[in-house]
Ligand binder design. Structure first.
Ligand code: ZN
Ligand code: ZN
Length: 343
């Protein structure tokens, strides 16, 4: 009576595998997600490059640098889709087989005219074909790796190439500057969002904190950039710890190696203003932004007295980004690094 059902179950048992296609987005990219549960960064890779450039053994997370086999990079949404599809299609096959069995049973004429029997299968899924996993909306920031030329896309920023793990010094620095600009430019949006829910005070505190972090971000980004660039110099000794957090010391180190100091790349006015911002960053990191004697001496900033709390303006953040860009561009050009090296 259940011939079709048994045959269907047998086929399922033998197959054990269900292939579910994954769609590409409008730009030809497929969704991937970092399997590191602390990260779970969503990104996209160009489908052609995924087939032709990516390695069979390992893929890197563009955000955290975690590495794992290619089959571990399905997104959580894709895995959920696969589970639902597999269950639906499995139920569909079973349901279809039971309907066929019932139809066959009902079509047989009963020898006994007094008893009439019929079989009815109702409900359940009847779909036996698979819907592919949909792609999420295309991402705006498309990146091509300088080293292996694979293409990938992210929201926000990326530090590592997913195909070769290359960590681009230049891109990291540019990403940090973009982050700083984004924080500064969206301050009004943040303020308005807090305002809208009647939390004006919280809005002010958050915005102040946001703009202060711009200094920390800028100094750290420049420090990391210098450290990486500096160590590429043949024969350059390891610089003292945190040397590139201090402008004068950093400038001397560069001068000794490439014959160019910061005063060759910035005007005195720009360098003085940048020095104030570096000192403000130091104050925020070590004394909650409360002005002390050392700050006044080191920065030459005459606008504050000891005990006051320093402020950071949007204009200062603009100046910071501009001066750091000038310094980084100048150092890179003067050091004559091949682009492939620093990417
Ligand atoms: Zn990650
Ligand atoms: Zn690469």
């Amino acid at each position: 009576m259940f011939k079709n059902l048994l045959r269907s179950l047998e086929t399922i048992e033998k197959t054990k595998q269900l292939s579910i296609p994954i769609k590409t987005d409008s730009k030809g990219y497929i969704d991937k997600q970092c399997p590191n549960t602390d990260c779970e960064f969503l990104f996209k890779v160009n489908e052609n490059d995924w087939r032709n450039i990516f390695r069979d053994e390992v893929v890197w997370c563009p955000m955290c640098g975690h590495s794992a086999e290619p089959k571990q990079w399905f997104t959580i949404a894709q895995v959920e889709h696969v589970k639902t599809e597999a269950l639906t299609v499995l139920q569909g096959h079973i349901n279809q087989a039971m309907r066929d069995d019932a139809q066959k049973f009902n079509s047989r004429k009963s020898r006994n005219n007094f008893i009439s029997m019929s079989m009815n299968v109702s409900g359940g899924h009847s779909r036996t074909f698979i819907f592919p996993a949909a792609a999420t909306e295309a991402m705006q920031l498309e990146i091509q790796c300088e080293k292996c030329s694979s293409r990938f896309a992210v929201i926000g920023s990326a530090y590592f190439c997913p195909a070769c793990g290359h960590n681009s010094v230049e891109r990291m620095f540019q990403d940090s500057l973009r982050k700083i600009r984004a924080k500064k430019d969206n301050m009004e949006l943040v303020r308005a969002a807090f305002d809208a829910v009647g939390k004006k005070d919280d809005g002010e505190l958050t915005c102040r904190s946001l703009i202060e972090t711009c200094l920390q971000d800028g100094v750290t980004a420049f420090q990391k950039y210098c450290e990486k660039l500096y160590e590429m110099n043949p024969g350059a000794a390891t610089p003292p710890f945190n040397a590139f957090q201090r402008l004068a010391q950093g400038s001397d180190l560069w001068h000794a190696v490439i014959g160019i100091g910061y005063n060759d790349l910035l005007s005195t006015k720009q360098l003085d203003a940048l020095n104030i911002l570096f000192q403000k960053r130091h104050l925020l990191a070590h004394s909650e932004g409360i002005v002390d004697d050392k700050y006044i001496k080191m920065s030459g900033d005459k606008t504050y007295k000891v005990g006051q709390h320093i402020g950071v303006s949007g204009f200062e953040v603009d100046d910071l980004v501009e001066s750091l860009t000038k310094l980084a561009t100048g150092l890179r050009a003067s050091a004559h690094y091949p682009p492939a090296l620093i990417g």
